[in-house]
Design a protein around this ligand. Structure first.
Ligand code: ADP
Length: 274
């Protein structure tokens, strides 16, 4: 590889980060990682591996039990950093219905920027841009609690987009979305990346992996893989049944995959060529 000429800027840095819930369960176990500005990173791992707990650290909602987390250089443990950290990192959570605060979609999306004291005219513009990005302009007057799962998730995403944070975290947001809505959300993530935003996507869906530059895998609170997505796909760590699924997606996506494979061994071989 060519020598790196420019130093990448760090958005998120975990240093010996460990976290225990009050009941004593150790959920994050000495995590060390850096996520760079403008990067699209997937955090993957099985259920219970600590992904959501890590996400909650990213805007300071949870704080390390030991070690530290730096958000754009700011230590989240320092109380004086908390509002600045909130302005830097927006998180879209799994269950959109628990996130609604407004009586209408429009009001709900405006809530975030209002809290950041954005001027009124600019809020209007941001709400309109965010609703158009998630294609919900026609639902702006609706009561958010009356929406379908996919629409509700889109409102929650618009609310975070309207805050215009440098880093946007999506925590397993596709669980309530159908294929089309998922594709739309993945496109929004790519648009954010094109705008030089730092995108962190928490997902255990193998098909989403392709979209990211980088993948961090958690297992029982430890980082077990951290690297480029194509290195991960080629590595032994990728679960075999997923490999076959992945092959099919590559083929559907127009990638040059010579033949559909019938055994895990063939799949491994094919994917290694990718
Ligand atoms: P993931 O997002 O990868 O599914 P989580 O971060 O949600 O993982 O959970 C990791 C572990 O932490 C699980 O064993 C879960 O039971 C535990 N856990 C999550 N929330 C709490 C809590 N509030 N109190 C105690 N343990 C928790």
């Amino acid at each position: 590889p060519p020598p790196q000429t420019t130093e990448k800027e760090v958005a998120i840095e975990a240093v010996n980060l460990s976290f225990k819930y009050p009941d004593g369960t150790l959920v994050l176990d000495n995590i060390n990682l850096k996520i760079y500005k403008g990067e699209f990173t997937i955090i993957a791992g099985l259920n219970g591996s600590g992904k959501s707990t890590f996400a909650l650290h990213l805007n300071g909602l949870l704080k390390p039990t030991s070690g530290k987390l730096l958000v754009f250089g700011m230590d989240t443990k320092k109380r004086q950093n908390s509002s600045a950290v909130h302005k830097k990192v927006g998180i879209v959570f799994q269950n959109p219905y628990t996130q609604f605060v407004g009586n209408s979609v429009e009001e709900d999306v405006a809530f975030g920027p209002e809290n950041l004291n954005v001027p009124r005219d600019e809020i209007k513009q941001r709400v309109s841009d965010a609703l158009s990005a998630v294609r919900l302009t026609n639902l702006s007057a609706q009561d958010p609690s009356s929406l379908s799962g996919g629409e509700a998730q889109a409102v929650a995403i618009a609310g975070i987009l309207a805050m215009e944070t440098d880093c946007v975290v999506f925590d397993e947001i596709t669980s309530m979305l159908d294929h089309k809505a998922t594709e739309r959300v993945l496109n929004i993530m790519e648009e954010l990346k094109n705008k030089k935003k730092t995108v962190i996507y928490i997902s255990h869906e193998p098909k989403d992996v392709l979209k990211a530059d980088r993948i961090i895998v958690l297992d029982k609170g430890k980082v077990t893989f951290d690297g480029k997505t194509n290195e991960y796909i080629r590595s032994e760590k990728y679960p075999l049944p997923d490999l076959i699924h992945f092959m099919k997606l590559l083929k559907d996506g127009g990638y040059d995959v010579s033949e559909m494979v019938s055994t895990p061994e063939e799949a491994v071989e094919e994917v290694r060529k990718f």
